[in-house]
Design a binder for this molecule. Sequence first.
Ligand code: 2HA
Ligand code: ZN
Length: 278
Amino acid sequence: MVATMQKKDIIEAPFLKEMCEATFNMWNMGWDERNGGNISYLLDEEVVEQYLDVKQIIRSISLKFPVSELAGKYFIVTGSGKYFKNVKEDPSNTLGILKVDESGEKVHLLWGFEDGSNPTSELPSHFMSHIVRLRVDPNHRIIMHNHATNILAMTFIHDLDEASFTKTLWQMCTECIVVFPDAIGILPWMVPGTDAIGEKTAEKMLEHRLVVWPHHGIFGAGSTMDETFGLIETAEKAAQIYTIIGDASKIKQTITDQQLKDLADAFQVVPREGILSV
Ligand code: 2HA
Ligand code: ZN
């Protein structure tokens, strides 16, 4: 007889705690008003199995966009319409653990969304971005979306050219070029929640870990929750400096292109081509 391993309490799972902390911190930063924002986090089967019987499917949810590349993969995701403010007090209604089925045409709910709720409305952008980031970064795990206030503000007053938007952010804080040398991707304004915005976001994710949705928010990708949060936090801080300055004509001095290059060299990062004029 095979002894069945006692499952651990899912509420104690480190990945669940990370989701609770990240959603609360993002709300605290003012980036996730009401039901704004969503996170998805790729989990290893061996880890999920410590907490759940992965054969126990609660219900299955069809996807309008097949994701065969993610077949068999596990994710914890935030729920559609859920308030980030409330996740840490109510994880079993606001979060769900999903397994993508073998066809990639549906996801099986293994835990959570107990009130019958569904995964985030931005699941197309999340899943399509995961596919692309896994191609370029084997350590990739997290897609995070929020309405970072100053990034959003900047999309009204700065031109939306990726190179010039990125350079402005690099110039606002010395650490920026080191944290996101791969630059910012920017989409045209699009209706959120659609497959179309998912495809366009994922296209940008091939080359950038940060993608701005003008007048809406930002998407970030990374290998850990801290790294992904920190990536958005750093871009948002730079955007805050820009909005505090308010009028670019007031700027008397800035970090020069040569200094940005010196920084990149010192920290051994390669800035995206076509941004610095040195
Ligand atoms: O989940 O942020 O983009 C609410 C949103 C949609
Ligand atoms: Zn949003």
